[in-house]
Design a protein around this ligand. Structure first.
Ligand SMILES: Nc1ncnc2c1ncn2[C@@H]1O[C@H](COP(=O)(O)OP(=O)(O)O)[C@@H](O)[C@H]1O
Ligand SMILES: [Mg+2]
Length: 233
């Protein structure tokens, strides 16, 4: 299988006043297409930073990121926004639904922003049906439980049928049982449909569900086996 994501010597520094904090120190890796890849690390280890770089939300201090044949680090901000819109789905710990839009409107929003409008309502309804929330389509997010909000967020991330889905601690704000159900759903909606899922998490238990596991520690990314994951500190 070919890699879908190539990270080449990625460095990320944050400058605050006179202080420079190096969060990523020459990270290189290749993530395989169609796999579920987990990056595990403690809070503050740089997981969100790495995911935001892959998504083109932020830019590295040095190094290159390739997604398929596209060098995303070579794109300007507008090109990165379009690339993200057309190729990626993103899922957040705190769901990030728009509170003034209904469940259905949250899911059709990406298509509307892409200028594909109302033709997408039927596919949004189909997605909501697949995540078990078709009957809640007209309610607002604050009427939903955390698990239900994350289901909507999963449907929204898939609205443009992206090949690649990025998830930042998608179960971090859910109780264990709800988290397990969300992971099952996420896997079913991504990897089991041939999509690539890259998830960052502090949870060893969630990381263990992935095909390929990496640990982010002291700014370095290392591939680990399922067996050694359990043994790390
Ligand atoms: N925009 C920013 N400006 C300055 N420092 C940042 C910024 N974003 C993240 N950091 C710092 O980078 C480190 C890694 O943060 P983050 O990627 O959010 O970690 P994680 O997601 O693993 O908890 C932290 O020390 C954090 O304070
Ligand atoms: Mg984070």
């Amino acid at each position: 299988m070919a890699p879908i994501i190539r990270l080449e010597r990625i460095t990320k520094d944050f400058v605050e006043g006179t202080q420079t904090r190096t969060v990523l120190r020459g990270v290189s890796a290749e993530f395989e297409a169609g796999h579920f890849v987990a990056v595990r690390g403690r809070s503050g280890s740089g997981k969100s930073t790495l995911l935001n770089l892959i998504a083109g939300i932020d830019r590295p201090t040095s190094g290159e990121i390739h997604i398929d044949e596209v060098c995303v680090t070579g794109l300007n901000e507008r090109e990165r926004t379009l690339f993200r819109r057309d190729n990626l789905g993103f899922i957040f710990q705190f769901f990030n639904l728009i509170p003034t839009l209904t469940v259905l409107e949250n899911v059709t929003l990406p298509a509307e922003l892409a200028g594909r409008g109302t033709r997408q309502v039927s596919s949004a309804l189909q997605l909501l049906d697949q995540v078990g929330l078709a009957d809640r389509r007209h309610v607002f997010p604050d009427k939903l439980s955390g698990g239900e909000q994350q289901r909507v967020a999963i449907a929204r991330a898939l609205a443009q049928n992206p090949r690649l889905v990025l998830a930042d601690e998608p179960t971090g704000n859910l109780d264990d049982r709800t988290g397990d159900a969300i992971m099952q759903l996420l896997d079913q909606m991504t990897r089991q449909r041939g999509k690539t899922l890259v998830m960052v998490t502090h949870s060893r238990q969630m990381a263990a569900l992935a095909d390929d596991i990496y640990e982010l520690h002291s700014g370095e990314l290392a591939r680990v086996t399922h067996e050694s994951l359990a043994a790390t500190d």
